[in-house]
Design a binder for this molecule. Sequence first.
Ligand SMILES: [Zn+2]
Length: 233
Amino acid sequence: MSTARSLLDLQETDQQLAMCRRAYRQLKEELEAEGGVPDLTSRLERAHHRQLELKVEAARTESEAATLGERVKQLEERLYSGAITNVRELTAIETEHNSARRELARVDEAIGPAKVAAEEAESEHERLKAELESRKSEWTQRRKELNQERSRVSAEYKKVGAVRESATAGIPAPDLETYNALLPRMNGLAVVRVDRGVCQGCRVRLPIGEISRMQSATGLVNCSSCGRILLTE
Ligand SMILES: [Zn+2]
């Protein structure tokens, strides 16, 4: 078997190894993301915090309205008690009463939206809590599958690695070196066939002279266009 032919076989093995590495990397990334559980947990914490804040805000608004209502009532009692006869004092109380009523109206209007916001935050919190629970149980199952798959890919990688080891045995060291250097630069395609005078790596038609040189050559021949190792049948 020619060296180029052996290198083509080796390249197939290397492609399998690259696939294993890619699969392993993807599994590792998915395992590290933990099915989005940590993200969802911090979202839930934020939602819980927000829910509490809005609950406090709604309660504060209600109590402010109660205080203002009380104040308005007191001022009204004084205004209409008939006990105050001083015009200046009456005018002052009236002004304060008006302003307290305006303030009360403003706060009363804020109660509804504050309650709605608190309720919405609460249901968002509940929704996230339920989502996290189901996400966690999904992840438990998925993690099991991923770990199994990772073990399988690791074993496969070891097996193919051993195949590679024996596949390199008959290849002259300098040729192997050329191939190893070319492989990453050529995106995993260092050895290509020549089909009807065309390099299958770069699709460039080889000069006639080069093909006959290749057929009589004892060592490796590289494509004059892309530099890949060429293999003719
Ligand atoms: Zn080429």
